[in-house]
Design a protein around this ligand. Sequence first.
Ligand code: FES
Ligand code: FES
Length: 156
Amino acid sequence: MSQRQLKINGEDKTVDVPDNMPLLWVLRDVLGMTGTKYGCGIAQCGACTVHLDGRAIRSCQMPVSAVGSRAITTIEGIGKTPTGARIQKAWLDEEVVQCGYCQSGQIMSASALLATTPKPDDADINAAMAGNICRCGTYVRIRAAIKRAAEGEQPT
Ligand code: FES
Ligand code: FES
């Protein structure tokens, strides 16, 4: 066990956990932030996706000791970013969600994509979202929602 400071959704949190504990379990079991989901545990489904310094990563395969000082953003905080808020609105407008289990991860991957690629084409979307599996098959609506959110991008 060792004590470490994490920056999560803009807040500092202190946790006392084993170095090799995956970030997913620190979030869910230690901090009670259950919006990030467990699917496969082997970086194959995307349900556990969070951001480290804005980049989408699989938290089930990220030891907490490897996070360092990078800023963690989870589904609980993504709506506070302009891109995340646009994505969440587009998700509602397109009625993307079916059972919902995969959708935290989908939204985290989609918002990381739009943050770096404001006007993604289909190939960009395919590349960014390929690792996020949806057993309910909501892929068509996910693509539509990403495009809808991108149309709302303000020119910089
Ligand atoms: S639970 Fe992490 S990728 Fe499936
Ligand atoms: S909405 Fe059910 S798994 Fe994606």
